[in-house]
Design a protein around this ligand. Sequence first.
Ligand code: NI
Length: 170
Amino acid sequence: MALLEIKKYPDPVLKQKAQEITDINGTLQELIDNMVETMYEAPGIGLAANQVGHLKRVIVVDITAGKEKGNLIVLLNPQIVETEGKTDSEEGCLSVPKYTNVIKRAEKVLVRGLDREGKPVEIEAEGLLSRAFQHEIDHLDGVLFIDRLSPIKREFFRKRYKKILKELNR
Ligand code: NI
């Protein structure tokens, strides 16, 4: 296993749409293992393949960030098929370091996809897990949480982020 470099905004790969997985092979399993390791090391509660420079529809999620065993979810070709309600909560992203803001999301989601062996799975989620799925599936479509800010908040984000990037690159 290996740690992967997490791409930071404004890396163009984060704006691209990831491709459906059609072939479940050893290369894919290695990518998944490396994504899981990279997420836990960060530490983060979710990671999409775009964030490590692979345009494939793969997400890994663990809302305990590995603190409790048995919470890892790996999904290939995940899709939100139903949503219910709306809720506001603070959100951040490993690709947008040192910045968080309140984002409106669906309260509950029904997600369908494949597990890492290709078996169809369906997961009903609410709370943080629901938010993590929506955030990671957005990544696969080239959408970042900052794209969901109001135009005014996005303007403030741009100014703040310029300073954040300068500090990170120092
Ligand atoms: Ni993210």
